[in-house]
Design a protein around this ligand. Structure first.
Ligand SMILES: [Mg+2]
Length: 221
């Protein structure tokens, strides 16, 4: 049955090639995350998305980090400093399951102030993503702004459009992902969060720390 074996081998090879092609297409549809590290350095040119992404156009929830997802202890940069706020992970999961992109937009002036470096921010976000996964939740993309005009680290000592109340982080995400503004919103804990949302043309709300999930259900329902 050598001929049969050859046919089986050919079919297996074709199946593998089809699988690879599907995986590549899936990667493209995923927004090309592999081409740019999440939360990459501020000032990168936005990555245009493929027209094929239009079929996936969805609203987005832009979440501040400190004071919305985790207790704001001031310049958190290690996992042991992260205490999730009540309902935060469940809220992210709810948004995941109800067709929203979930993005984190966070000022991280601690980098400019020399308290920690960008690698620490990225490592912490990777840890948070892994911890969210335990709750069946995920953040689609992260943006942080390491700049501050009063910083002590020269390369980060400057004003920057990504720093809230500037809308730069939101605008960068809107440029990269197929987001529909209709239905999109930001959740923050400071006036500067709301100002950033307004400047980007989306509604912003102060988080209800007592019932974040209920608040988001009402917003996203
Ligand atoms: Mg905050």
């Amino acid at each position: 049955m050598k001929g049969g074996d050859g046919l089986d081998a050919l079919q297996a090879k074709l199946a593998i090639q089809a699988h690879i092609a599907c995986a590549r297409q899936a990667a493209i549809l995923a927004g090309g995350q592999g081409t740019r590290p999440p939360g990459g350095p501020a000032g990168d040119a936005p990555t245009p998305f493929s027209p094929v992404g239009d079929i996936r156009r969805r609203p987005a929830a832009f979440l501040d980090r400190d004071g919305v997802l985790n207790v704001d202890v001031g310049y958190a940069h290690r996992p042991d400093q992260i205490e999730w706020l009540p309902g935060a992970r469940e809220t992210v999961r709810y948004l995941n399951e109800h067709g929203y992109y979930v993005f984190v937009v966070t000022n991280q002036a601690g980098v400019a102030r020399g308290y920690y470096d960008e690698e620490a921010v990225q490592a912490l976000h990777a840890w948070m993503q892994a911890d969210l996964a335990h709750a069946g939740a995920h953040v689609d993309d992260w943006r942080y702004c390491p700049y501050h005009p009063d910083g002590i680290v020269p390369r980060y000592r400057r004003s920057h459009p990504w720093r809230k109340p500037g809308p730069g982080m939101i605008q960068d995400l809107l440029a990269k992902w197929p987001v529909t503004l209709q239905g999109s919103f930001l959740l923050g804990d400071k006036e500067s969060d709301l100002q950033a949302a307004a400047a980007a043309g989306i509604p912003g709300y102060l988080v209800d720390g007592a019932d974040m999930l209920g608040q988001v259900r009402a917003l996203a329902g």
